[in-house]
Write a protein that binds this ligand. Structure first.
Ligand code: SAM
Length: 780
């Protein structure tokens, strides 16, 4: 072998070894942190002289007493907060009532036990609308340990898994609320993982179509079909799968998850009915950027030791780039929220001021102070000081020490016109105000179609068709790398951690579509081009549904790295049946509005082998949920007769539930479930936690159903859903779902049977096999 080839090989081996070593080191570091995350908690000294010095100098808090209070609260652990999902207002109201009446009534009425010397306090977050977000004055660990709120804990875990509760830090709930997202809008979430704000955005887009479930008596014209789009993006491929988990939990057809560097997002396209292919601009953009995270001291205790003024200085440039690109992708009159979980003006007001000045009047700050009247916050500041990594004040751009020149730029400093920029409209959430983390938000409105800097670099937006995968922490000048280098990078990055199959859309002639259309009797509004699969060869297992906007986005932006999109609505059945697919429970919220105006045409009819929808008595609905499987022969005669008219295969069974359980006159909402009718068996095709959720809404408390949940996999999901600022505490995530990620897997119908305990209101027959009236089927 020639020596140069030998050297080459050696070199490669050496390179590989170094990489391997580096990886090992990284894994060891991560392992240490992950397996022992709390080992040093009590030892951590929650004090950092540089931090104190830095913020004293900023004079954001003027009085010494208040500053002392600020430091005191920062050193206290963060309360636990959660949010009730508001897809369907009826369900949200029921959930809130269940929490109040079944889980916290005792604590609220003064029977509060002391936990580790603390008086238990569970209360609604005052500024969150409709009491749909709550705070518990205990940490996650205290909640886990506490026997007093054991039931509430299990409830939270179960409902988090079903997507009906989201554990989310209070301050993190603010940006989507201020963005005031309306159904039908297109929203870009630039740095979205792990996705707590994305979840809120999704819920806001769903609100109208969710209301369809409320009356259940609507006419065709009243039906609100869901449209709207959330592009949830993150640069970190692994964290994109956290996002995928989040969106699967929420069963939403309007989400597309992309894996790109937000600072260099390419232009997106849409198919305009008149103009054809046009650039897609978003109605709302959320730039919840990476940051130094000193607002998270109360939960990320390692930030105390790692804090340095240099961290924020280093992030300033990438934060500007991401926000700038976000504004370019925003539509005229659209609003972008720029937010960080940092209190540092260099990452906050300095960024906003730089953007406003760059835009030369094309942007304006929105005064959102009245949007959430109960929310207490500081106004943004228009004067701040810059310090270098060694905590030395740098008085002006001219005085930046040479070694910090690449790090500290002119935009780090307050501009001379700072007082004219209305920076007071920015919102600083201070931890000691309402017992939260620290946070910063600015709402920026775009007044023109194209921003002045885009006009200057003529055609620059068009040039961004191809993503520029440059090192985003680099100096601006580095963006002008030579083309060869860039195209190599493009190729390399294109495949790093990205192995997803593209989506293939159905069309009118597709044989699966023909079968689906004839079996499910879809109205004209339901079209083939919103259905897609990801199967290159062989039989498709899953078919996904997307809103028009989401489907259009995927079709028109084929070069994007798309991790997942839409919701799985049909799953291939292995039985020989007139329609090869069954509807999925998670698909029902998307599909049901297409049936709702015409429910009577789906009534059981033995002559027609087509899809059936039946309203049933609450008792029967509950019984099936409790047992999951019921032998038809065990049912009473009228029910058997009704079932005999339903063809074998899947159908939807639904009940109408009062929003207010205690009021006969309360409006009702529809609660549908997917059921399989076999020859002799009836089966609820609903996963375990979803069954618990449905039972709760029906007035049953499935207590023992959750006793096993803290063990095993489901515990993981609670951790994932917990708010994560993404600053330094990335969590391990293994995607084992059969969602629309990657090559399709067979659908493991993972429905472990569980016992349910009858707790309230309903009179139910004891006709299950074990005869003990607890709905526990020992056979499974
Ligand atoms: C503060 S976290 C976002 C939290 C998220 N918005 C939420 O509410 O769950 C910041 C995220 O930005 C991502 N990120 C960092 N640099 C990025 C970049 N250049 N482009 C896109 N995402 C980036 C990180 O991976 C991290 O997930």
């Amino acid at each position: 072998m020639d020596t140069s080839a030998n050297n080459d090989k050696k070199h490669k081996r050496r390179k590989f070894k170094t990489k391997k070593q580096k990886k090992l080191e990284r894994v060891n570091r991560t392992d240490d942190r992950d397996t022992n995350p709390r080992k040093n908690y009590s030892e951590i000294i929650k004090k950092n002289e540089n931090f104190e010095d830095y913020y004293r100098n900023q004079k954001i808090i003027e009085s010494d007493e208040e500053f002392a209070e600020f430091l005191k609260v920062l050193a206290e652990p963060l309360p636990t907060t959660f949010r009730i999902s508001s897809f369907c207002q009826g369900q949200a109201q029921r959930m809130r009532d269940i929490i109040q009446s079944d889980y916290i009534k005792d604590f609220q009425s003064g029977n509060t036990e002391l936990i580790d010397g603390k008086k238990l306090d569970i209360s609604p977050i005052p500024w969150y609308p409709n009491k749909l977000a709550w705070t518990i004055n205990l940490t996650k660990t205290e909640i886990r340990k506490s026997r007093t709120i054991n039931l509430l804990h299990k409830f939270l875990i179960c409902e988090t898994e079903t997507g009906d509760i989201s554990r989310q830090e209070a301050v993190s709930m603010i940006p989507p609320l201020l963005l005031d997202i309306k159904p039908g809008q297109a929203v870009l979430d630039m740095c979205a993982a792990p996705g707590s704000k994305t979840a809120q955005i999704i819920e806001m887009l769903h609100q109208e179509s969710g209301s369809t479930f409320i009356s259940g008596d609507c006419k065709q014209n009243d039906v609100k079909y869901l449209d709207g789009l959330v592009v949830a993006n993150d640069v970190d491929n692994r964290r994109c799968y956290m996002l995928a988990h989040q969106s699967k939990r929420l069963s939403s057809s309007c989400v597309v998850i992309t894996n790109h560097d937000a600072a260099n997002l390419p232009n997106f396209y849409k198919n305009d009915p008149v103009k054809g292919k046009t650039v897609l601009k978003f109605d709302r953009v959320l730039a919840d950027v990476l940051c130094s995270g000193d607002g998270t001291f109360r939960k990320n205790y390692d930030v105390w030791t790692k804090w340095s003024a240099g961290n924020a200085n280093n992030l300033h440039n990438i934060q500007i780039k991401i926000a700038k690109r976000g504004l370019e992708l925003l539509a005229k009159d659209g609003i972008m929220a720029y937010s960080t979980c940092s209190l540092n003006p260099v990452e906050n007001e300095a960024i906003v001021a730089a953007l406003l000045n760059m835009a030369e009047g094309d942007l304006e700050l929105v005064d959102a102070s009245s949007f959430l009247p109960e929310l207490k916050c500081y106004p943004g500041i228009d004067n701040w000081i810059v310090m270098d990594k060694d905590n030395h004040i740098v008085a002006s751009p001219k005085e930046v020490p040479e070694k910090y020149l690449p790090q500290i730029r002119k935009t780090h400093f307050p501009p001379s016109n700072a007082a004219e920029l209305n920076l007071k409209y920015c919102m600083r959430i201070m931890p000691h105000y309402q017992n939260t983390g620290g946070f910063f938000i600015a709402l920026i409105r775009k007044k023109t179609d194209i921003l002045c800097w885009e006009k200057e670099s003529e055609g620059s937006s068009e040039k961004k068709n191809d993503e520029q995968q440059t090192n985003t922490n680099d100096d601006d000048n580095n963006n002008n790398n030579n083309n060869n280098k860039k195209s190599n990078l493009d190729k390399k990055n294109k495949y790093t951690g990205f192995r997803e199959e593209p989506f293939y859309f159905l069309d009118e002639n597709d044989e699966d579509w023909i079968a689906l259309k004839s079996y499910f009797k879809f109205p004209v509004e339901f079209t083939a081009n919103q259905l897609a699969h990801r199967c290159v060869q062989g039989k498709r297992r899953n078919i996904y549904y997307m809103t028009e906007k989401a489907a259009d986005f995927i079709r028109m932006n084929k070069d994007m790295k798309i991790i997942s999109g839409g919701v799985r609505v049909f799953n291939r059945t292995d039985v020989n049946h007139v329609c090869p697919y069954r509807i999925t429970q998670e698909g029902i919220p998307s599909i049901f509005p297409y049936f709702i105006a015409n429910l009577e045409s789906f009534l059981p009819n033995n002559d027609e082998k087509s899809f059936t929808i039946v309203e049933v008595e609450l008792d029967f609905f509950i019984e099936l949920l409790k047992r999951q499987d019921i032998k038809v022969e065990q049912l009473d005669q009228p029910t058997q007769t009704m079932l005999s008219e339903i063809p074998s295969g899947c159908f939807i069974m639904y009940v109408r539930i009062r929003q207010d359980w205690n009021s006969e006159k309360s409006p009702k909402f529809i609660l549908p479930m997917c059921v399989w009718r076999g020859k002799s068996l009836l089966r609820a095709y609903v996963a375990k936690n979803d069954r618990s959720h449905l039972l709760r809404l029906c007035g049953y408390e499935p207590i023992s159903a959750e006793t096993t949940i803290v063990k095993g996999e489901n515990k993981r999901s609670l951790d994932i859903d917990d708010d994560d600022d993404g600053c330094d505490n990335q969590k391990e995530f293994k995607n084992d779902d059969d969602d629309n990620i990657g090559m399709e897997k067979t659908n493991g119908n993972n429905q472990n049977h569980s016992c349910v305990e009858k707790r309230t209101k309903l009179d139910c027959h004891d006709d299950d096999d074990d005869g003990d009236n607890n709905g526990c089927n020992n056979k499974l």
